[in-house]
Design a binder for this molecule. Structure first.
Ligand code: FAD
Length: 385
């Protein structure tokens, strides 16, 4: 491509949604720069050649949304299966159905509570501490769900996620801990849910499949920035602190280590995700991808299992979840000020805004950026940003 009309840094859902909209609706020539060897950002998946199982390279990705505009948009590129996500949690040799619901409460306390009885029990157990008096995450959780459920289902898991004892964590990390007084154990409450019928990568490739879009893989924006900065409009979806050379300090992230293995069993755990709630079990979750697609035929007698470990990200690790401490928020404000002043560059996506975004949120926010910033600039001659 000779000089593009727009450069997009990053080919995740945010970047590809904007590329697709600008190419299709505004007929712009869009160059997407991607430093990984593949497109798609963290939603990328690949089929294991031996077993045919679709492996989500950066952890399980479940699509769900209640945003009708996003649902209509994504259905232009893929059909969805009827998959409904459910998560189970292991604690002291038993398997419970999450999120916390009447089934879990009955099993945990060895009783057959009615919804009202269970509600009364949790109200009584959580009265130990008033929520407004909580000074750390442990106290806050106890004030919301009581000590027994906290110790079984929150304490160990949270300590592993944050590598920190919950008594040392800020109460602000949790706002609510929903308990359902029904047997409903669907993980998501959204109107629409499912997995792309022929996989995430086929979906992502269809979004980029336009004669006006070039996706240049293995290309780090910072190696070619001089060619475009200040002359071609840029949407940057990489880490905002990296763009500014970390001059206000690094924003902190949690990352996950994913240890995958192929096992000679047909079915390892009977479901896609099992949390490890015991603190002395080092991983946080076990993923078994074949259960995400019960409608597919896989090689019998084999499965792929991933043990997921959570930790703070070091400089070269993949940034996954913003840690979002008070210090991070102060740095972010400074980066936002710098971002506003950067000529011809918009910042977006989860890394560019330092916000955890589900896929539907990344797509929704890209559609808004298209409506509110790019379309007015390119078609109506409005000022940039
Ligand atoms: P990304 O997907 O991160 O894409 C950004 C891209 O920019 C990357 O490909 C990166 O390589 C590229 N890039 C960065 N810097 C540069 C540079 N300098 N030059 C060139 N390229 C660059 N969402 C759900 O809806 N459901 C789920 O179940 C779910 N599970 C998740 C599990 C995990 C472990 C994680 C981390 C996220 C999960 N998400 C899930 C969120 C989902 O991955 C995000 O919504 C999505 O990744 C956001 O898209 P994005 O385009 O903003 O960012």
């Amino acid at each position: 491509m000779s000089t593009p009309d727009l450069v997009i840094v990053g080919s995740g859902f945010f970047g590809l949604t904007l590329a697709e909209r600008c190419a299709t609706e505004l007929d712009l020539r869009v160059l997407v720069l991607e430093r990984r060897y593949h497109l798609g950002g963290n939603a990328y998946s690949e089929k294991d050649p031996e077993t045919g199982i679709e492996v989500h390279k950066y952890g399980t990705h479940l699509f769900h949304t209640s945003n009708e505009r996003v649902w209509e948009y994504v259905n232009r590129f893929t059909d969805f299966t009827a998959y409904q996500h459910r998560v189970f949690g292991k604690y002291q040799g038993q398997v419970y159905s999450l999120p916390m619901n009447l089934g879990l409460i009955n099993q945990f306390f060895g009783r057959a509570f009615t919804p009202d009885e269970a509600r009364a029990l949790i109200a009584e157990q959580s009265s130990e501490i008033a929520t407004e008096d909580a000074t750390n995450l442990e106290e806050k959780a106890i004030s919301l769900i009581g000590r027994p459920l906290y110790e079984a289902f929150i304490k160990g898991y949270t300590a592993k996620q944050w590598q920190t004892d919950p008594t040392e964590l800020s109460p602000d990390i949790i706002t609510r801990l929903p308990v359902r007084y029904t047997f409903d154990n669907r993980y998501f409450n959204d109107t629409h849910e499912g997995l792309p019928v022929d996989g995430y990568t086929a979906w992502l490739e269809r979004m980029a499949d336009h004669p006006n879009i070039e996706v240049r893989l293995d290309t780090d924006f910072f190696d070619v920035a001089d060619e475009y900065k200040g002359t071609v409009p840029i949407v940057y979806t990489g880490p905002v602190d990296e763009y500014f050379d970390h001059r206000e300090g690094r924003l902190s992230w949690r990352t996950v280590d994913l240890e995958a293995e192929t096992l000679d069993v047909d079915d390892y755990q009977g479901t896609g995700v099992v949390n490890a709630n015991d603190q002395d079990v080092p991983w946080t979750r076990v993923l078994e991808f074949k259960h995400l697609h019960p409608e597919r035929t896989h090689l019998p007698g084999k499965t792929i299992v991933v043990h997921e470990y959570s930790r703070f990200a070091e400089d070269d690790d993949e940034p996954y979840y913003p840690t979002n401490t008070a210090e991070d928020r102060a740095k972010l404000l400074k980066y936002r000020e710098l971002a506003k002043k950067e000529p011809l560059v918009l910042f977006g996506g989860r890394l560019g805004t330092y916000k955890y975004l589900d896929m539907h949120m990344a797509i929704g926010s890209a559609l808004s950026m298209f409506d509110n910033k790019l379309k007015p600039y390119f078609s109506d001659g409005a000022a940039w940003a």
